[in-house]
Each structure stands twice: as structure tokens, then as C-alpha cells.
Design a protein around this ligand. Structure first.
Ligand SMILES: [Cu+2]
Length: 118
């Protein structure tokens, strides 16, 4: 993980101010994502522009990868271990994330979408 890039994202996000006036979710800003052959669950994650969110990633079978190029994020997803990555989306839209550690015949299909509402 590129820590310096994440910090830059956080600073950029707070300057965007896109979430002002929106109702706050009751959740503490963490979203669990489970990786398995050959999917992420959930495979669609909704967040709000300008609000920090922490993705908590874990795998139930083997090592997978989690890559989201639009936000410069890439981490290994380990079995029985939680890995966290925090970002503040500074742009609205739909952004693809996918597994980048070859994990078998269905690997190419292993992807999902981050929906940033803004
Ligand atoms: Cu894979």
C-alpha cells in the first residue's frame, strides 16, 4: 500500500466538501468486503464523496488482491486476517476494483464496483 498517496487522498477529500449537508450514516465508516474464489462480497459498495471510509478486507480461502486504480489502491487480501485501507473519495462515479492475484479459472471475473455518490 502506498501510504503517501492515501494521505494525499485524505487531504484532497477534505477539501472537496461534497458531503456537507448530507445525513450521516449510522455506521462508523467501515465497510467489510470478503474475498473468495471468484468474487467480492459485496461486489457493489456505495460510499459518499468527501466522506472518509475504511474498507476492511479479508479472504475466506486464499490470498487475493484488491486493486482500485482510480484511487491508487492496491493491497493483498489475506485469509483469516483483516486488512484495512482508508480513502476519502474525491470524485463521484462508478469505479472498478478487482483481484490482481491470480487465483484460478474464475480470476478474470473477480471484480466489483465502488459507487461514489456525490
Ligand atoms: Cu484472483
Amino acid at each position: 500500500m502506498n501510504r503517501r498517496h492515501l494521505i494525499a487522498l485524505l487531504i484532497g477529500g477534505s477539501a472537496a466538501g461534497g458531503a456537507i449537508g448530507l445525513a450521516r450514516a449510522a455506521a462508523p465508516g467501515e465497510i467489510q468486503i470478503m474475498a473468495s474464489k471468484f468474487e467480492f462480497t459485496p461486489d457493489t459498495v456505495k460510499v459518499k464523496r468527501g466522506e472518509p471510509v475504511t474498507l476492511v478486507l479479508t479472504s475466506i480461502d486464499r490470498i487475493h488482491g484488491f486493486k482500485m486504480p482510480d484511487f491508487g489502491i492496491r493491497i493483498d487480501v489475506m485469509p483469516d486476517e483483516e486488512r484495512r485501507v482508508t480513502l476519502t473519495p474525491d470524485k463521484a462515479g462508478s469505479f472498478v476494483f478487482f483481484c490482481d492475484v491470480f487465483c484460478g479459472d474464475g480470476h478474470e471475473e473477480m471484480s466489483g464496483t465502488l459507487v461514489v455518490e456525490g
